[in-house]
Every structure is written in structure tokens, then in C-alpha cells.
Design a protein around this ligand. Sequence first.
Ligand code: CTP
Length: 419
Amino acid sequence: MSERRSLRGARILLCVTGSIAAYKAVSLLRALTRDGAEVSVVMTPSATRFVTPLTFETLSGRPVRHGLFDGAETMPHLRATDEADLVLVAPATANCLAKCALGVADDLVSTLLLAARCPIVMTPAMDGDMWEHPALVSHVRAMRERGVVVLEPEDGPLASGLIGKGRFPAEPTVMEAVAACLDRRRDWAGQRVLVSAGPTREPIDAVRFVTNASSGKMGYAVADAAARRGADVVLVSGPTALAPPTGVTTVDVLTADEMAREMEARFAWATVLVMTAAVGDFRPRRPSSVKIKKHDWDGAPLALERTPDILASLSRKRTHQILVGFAAESDNLLDNGRKKLRQKDLDFIVINRVTGADSALGGDTSDAIFLPRHGQAMPVERLPKRLLADRLLDTVRDQCLTHPSAPALESNREIRRIH
Ligand code: CTP
């Protein structure tokens, strides 16, 4: 087994669910804290039947929650997951895996699994027949597709007296998986990422404007993912209804011209540009500064002119930046995306369908085609945008940032810092 780095400073939320293997979470808690992690424990009510909260409280030095309505805090699940670098469910029962796969939130553990935006590692422990049941197999597959790390249980004697696959994975395996997940979370350290998001809004008069259906969700997800993975991030955002991601400098703009100005001002600083914004291509040629009276309307204010192509213009000024563009298409997705990649001289393009039931515009989920400049097109299945953002960062990291002309990721420096 390769040498693992220490977990010093990592904030881990350990969720204990109701399996006989709950006693193994006690030893795991010891190992995590010995390795420098700050561990908070949450239990399901049935887990408290196997091991008392007092055991975990004593060993973690922190209060243990096990009820959704415990204590004075109204939203414990949101605060707990916001403060965690990683959620570790150990042991994870069949019931817990099924609830997590389906998004059921009927106790504190399942609710915070739904609220978690950090990586989740699950260590199943159950009877072999349960692990092999088709329902569980499909739940585990669904979770893995969403990016949840579900470890394989081990073969051997089970609490039922039978021999089979279902044993809580060995402690070093769990520790290794936790460390690997945390490593990935700092893999963008040292990068300066400039992200644009949302629509732009071009005035017709003092109260009316031309815009599009972009929600900004994809750009906000990319900004959030990059920041959580250690990058310095500036997000230049058109008008959206979204809260700015934590740890990201957000600059609000309205028009394409304003967005162009703010992006240009920060382009030299950036090492990676992710141009997610649905920049309006047209604007009213002569917007009115007052509200136009309807009896004065002659259609003239809707004469449109082109806005600047921000990405194409930044691409011409590039010195060292990696450029990631998006292509919003209704047909011939791959051909049109490939053309944009070439015309705007990009390193990578994300191609989205923006018409029909599959439209990427506005929704919480999207599929996509990833097309790197040097490499094959990669279709990506429909995912929540936050997970699609992580997948994008994984792929850009592998395809572009390790390219000889690209600025090197500084994850090694980060690893040394944590040691
Ligand atoms: N883009 C931009 N400035 C514009 C228009 C688009 O920077 N005025 C960027 C988008 O943010 C995206 C990429 O260019 O990263 C492609 O945008 P898209 O809307 O798909 O295509 P267009 O270049 O506008 O071309 P068309 O409308 O003809 O498809």
C-alpha cells in the first residue's frame, strides 16, 4: 500500500448507522483523530442501540447528535455539512445506502447526506444477501455514478454466522479512501480560476431588457467546486437568483459590456478561464434612458446590434491561460462544439443541448459532451450540476493542466503544507 499523507486539520463528519459493526467506528474514530483529523460524530437512533453516544463523545471530545430536533440549533444538518471537508458513513447499513441513493431525508444522518456538498465516503456493513440484492446493487451503482465513494465490503465470517461479502472494510482501507478523497479536494490548489456565469441583461429602456434563460447554476457550481478544491476563484456573474459561493470573490454585472470589462481586468491574473456565461449576442442599438410609453412604441428600440465576443477576445490576448468554453447548441452538437473550440482557440469545450426536454439551461441537472483540444470527445451522463462541475475539473486537470505547456498544479506543495 502506498504511503498515505496525514489527515492533519481535515474536518470529518463521521456518521454512524445501526449495524453491529458500529463498534468498529469507535476504533476508526481513534485512528482518524490520531492522524490529526477533527472528527464530529452523528448517529442514527438505531446506532445508539449498538454503541452509546457517550463513547463517541468522550473519544471525539465533541457533542454527538443523533436526532433531527436535538438541541437549540434549527438547521444542524446544514451547518454540520458546511463545516465538513468530508462525510464518512461508517458503518453504512443497507437502509442508509438506500435512503441516500433515493434522497430520503427522515433522520439527521440521511438529511445531512442530502445537504452535503463535500465528498462522501461510505463503508457498507451488512449480511451478504443484502449486499447482493438487486435493489442494493442498483442503489450503490447510482451513488457511485453521482461521485459518492462506496467502498466494497470484505469477504469473511459475518455477524449472522454465515460466511460472505458484507464485512466492514479493513481500517487501513477506510483510512486510505478518506485520505485519497481529501487529496483530490486540494488538487486545484495554486490555480487562479476566473469563471463567468449567468445570463447578461441588455436594456431596451429604463425597465425593460433583453436576456436569456440561463440560471447561472453551472457557473456557480464550477466556482464552488474549484474553490473547495483549493483554487483562488473569481466569479463574474450576470443577474441570477443564486447565493454567492463561499470562499469565492463574486463580481456582479448586468450587460455583456460590463462582463467583458470585468473579465478583461482579471484575465492576466488567471491561470484558468471557465467561460460558462450565456452572454447575450445581441443588444438594443439605442436603449432609452426613460420608460418608453406604449403609445410612443414604434419598434425602433428593438433594433439589435452584436455584443462583443468576450471569450474570443480574451483568447486573442492569452499569454499562459488555459481556456475552457461552453457551447450552447440545439443540433449537430459535436460538430458545432468542435467548430467553436477551433474558432475561439480553446483548450477545452463543454457542449450542452439547450433545447427540448434535455435542455441544460435553467435546470439543476445536465448532461454534456466534454471535448478537449487534444483528445477524444467524452459524453457525460446527466448529473446534478455540482457533480458535473467536479467531473469537469477532474477532466480539465487531467487533459489540460498536465499538458507540458500548462501551468503545473501545486498539489504537491499543498501536500507538503499539510504534512
Ligand atoms: N461567449 C462570449 N461572448 C459572447 C458569446 C459567447 O464570451 N458574446 C462565450 C460563451 O460564454 C461560451 C462560448 O463563447 O463559453 C460559446 O457561446 P455560445 O453561446 O455557445 O456560442 P456563440 O459563440 O455565441 O455562437 P452561436 O450563438 O452562433 O452559437
